[in-house]
Design a protein. Structure first.
Length: 116
């Protein structure tokens, strides 16, 4: 099983980034896909969740209206479009896959830094 994130980097406040996660080794369409983040000195936080293609999505209040999660079950990818970025969005962002049977997989994380 592999979850490989990409797309992180340094961006100025108000800017945008698009994170991507490429999954392999499991039946992608059967898994809830999420993005988490962890800032220095803070606990890991659930940012956004996608239940299935065309299905429901959920966001933490602090990113609603700015971030969009999307998935492509044919390509086994999940993305996080992040707009209007703020310094408080700075964190390591992790891709997560979770099944209804309790299987839980994590990517290695990608750093997002929002700073002028």
């Amino acid at each position: 099983v592999q979850l490989v994130e990409s797309g992180g980097g340094l961006v100025q406040p108000g800017g945008s980034l698009r994170l991507s996660c490429a999954a392999s080794g499991f039946t992608f369409g059967n898994y809830v896909m999420s993005w988490y983040r962890q800032a220095p000195g803070k606990e890991r936080e659930l940012v956004a969740t996608s239940i299935s293609v065309g299905g429901s999505t959920n966001y933490v209040d602090s990113v609603k209206g700015r971030f969009t999660i999307s998935r492509d079950n044919a390509k086994n990818t999940v993305s996080l479009q992040m707009n209007s970025l703020k310094p408080e969005d700075t964190a390591v962002y992790y891709c997560n896959a979770r099944s209804i049977f309790g299987r839980n997989y994590w990517g290695q994380g990608t750093q997002v830094t929002v700073s002028s």
